[in-house]
Design a protein around this ligand. Structure first.
Ligand code: PAF
Length: 286
C-alpha cells in the first residue's frame, strides 16, 4: 500500500492508474477504522481495480463543544488494517493540505440537511459536503462508497454528486453499503467506544425498538403512534433523550406522517449518557 499526505503525490499516483485505464474506488473515512469501514473497503475492492481510502478527521464537520479533539486518531493501526485489506493507496493529508490558509469555500446541500442531524448539528453537513466534494476532486474516483448508517449523509452526498457532476457519470457512482451491526444489533460506530459497559448493554434497545416500530408501521399502525411508542420505549430502556425519531422518504428525506408509498427510512438519534447514537432502518412501501 502506498501512502500520500500531499496532493501532488496523490495526483501523480492516481493519474498513472487512470492512464492505464484502471477503475478507481474511493472510501472516505475519518479513521478509527472498524468492521463497518472494512466492509466498505471490501465492497470497493470488488468494484474497482484500485482502492483509495482517505483518512482525515475533518474539523469543518465538528461544531463547538463536539468531540473534535477527543476523536480517536490511530493512523498506524488503521494503516495496518488497510494493508491487510490490500488497499492500494492511503490518502491521509494534514489539515493544512485540505484547508490551506485563506480557504473560504463552503458546499451546502440545504434541502436535504435542514432536518434530523442537520437541525441538531448546525454546519455539520456543510462541513461534510465541503470535504467530500474536495475528496472527489482530489481523487476523481469512478465510484465512492459510504455506509448507510449515516443515512442523511449518504442522501446528501448522492444529491451533491449528481447536482455538481462530481463523480464520473455512472448511475451507481455513489454506493451505499448496509450498516454492519454487533450481534445484539447495535450499529458499529467509532463513537460506541465512548459508552460505559452499562450504557453499551442498554444501547441494544435502539435497534431492537426500531425493528418493533418498523414492524408496526408495516402492519398498518398510525405512524405518529409507532414513533411515540418508540420514543417512550427508548427512554424506558435508559436513553437520556431522543433527538428525533422520524419516518422519511428514502431519497428526498421529506418527513412522512402516513404509511409510505415509496421506499422510506426510519431515522433515529438518541443520547445514551453523553453519547449521541444514530441509526436507521428501511421501511417498505405499502
Ligand atoms: O462518514 C464519515 O466518516 C465522514 O463524515 C466523511 C464522509 C469521511 C467525511 O469526513
Amino acid at each position: 500500500m502506498q501512502t500520500a499526505d500531499r496532493l501532488e503525490v496523490l495526483r501523480t499516483i492516481v493519474s498513472g492508474w487512470r492512464a492505464g485505464g484502471e477503475r478507481i474506488a474511493l472510501v472516505p473515512t475519518m479513521g478509527a477504522l472498524h468492521e463497518g469501514h472494512l466492509t466498505l473497503v471490501r465492497e470497493a475492492r470488488a468494484r474497482a481495480d484500485r482502492v483509495v481510502v482517505s483518512i482525515f478527521v475533518n474539523p469543518a464537520q465538528f461544531g463547538p463543544g463536539e468531540d473534535l479533539a477527543a476523536y480517536p486518531r490511530r493512523l498506524a493501526a488503521d494503516s495496518a488494517l488497510l494493508v491487510a485489506e490490500r488497499v492500494d493507496l492511503l490518502w491521509a493529508p494534514p489539515v493544512e493540505e485540505v484547508y490551506p490558509q485563506g480557504f473560504a469555500t463552503t458546499t451546502s446541500v440545504a434541502v436535504l440537511t435542514a432536518d434530523f442531524c442537520g437541525a441538531a448539528r448546525p454546519g455539520h453537513f456543510d462541513g461534510v459536503a465541503t470535504v467530500v466534494a474536495k475528496l472527489f476532486n482530489q481523487v476523481q474516483p469512478d465510484c465512492a462508497l459510504f455506509g448507510e448508517k449515516d443515512f442523511q449523509q449518504l442522501a446528501m452526498i448522492r444529491r451533491m454528486a449528481r447536482d455538481l457532476d462530481l463523480v464520473r457519470p455512472h448511475a451507481d457512482a455513489i454506493i451505499g453499503v448496509p450498516t454492519v451491526r454487533e450481534p445484539d444489533g447495535l450499529a458499529l460506530s467509532s463513537r460506541n467506544q465512548y459508552l460505559t459497559a452499562e450504557e453499551r448493554a442498554a444501547a441494544a434497545a435502539l435497534p431492537r425498538e426500531m425493528q418493533a416500530a418498523t414492524a408496526q408501521i408495516a402492519a398498518g399502525a398510525p405512524v405518529a403512534e409507532a414513533l411515540a411508542t418508540l420514543e417512550q420505549a427508548l427512554i424506558d430502556a435508559g436513553f437520556a433523550s431522543v433527538d428525533y425519531a422520524a419516518l422519511a422518504d428514502a431519497e428526498t428525506l421529506a418527513q412522512l406522517h402516513e404509511q409510505p408509498h415509496h421506499p422510506a427510512r426510519l431515522l433515529v438519534a438518541a443520547r445514551m449518557g453523553r453519547t449521541r447514537l444514530i441509526d436507521n432502518l428501511p421501511v417498505p412501501a405499502v
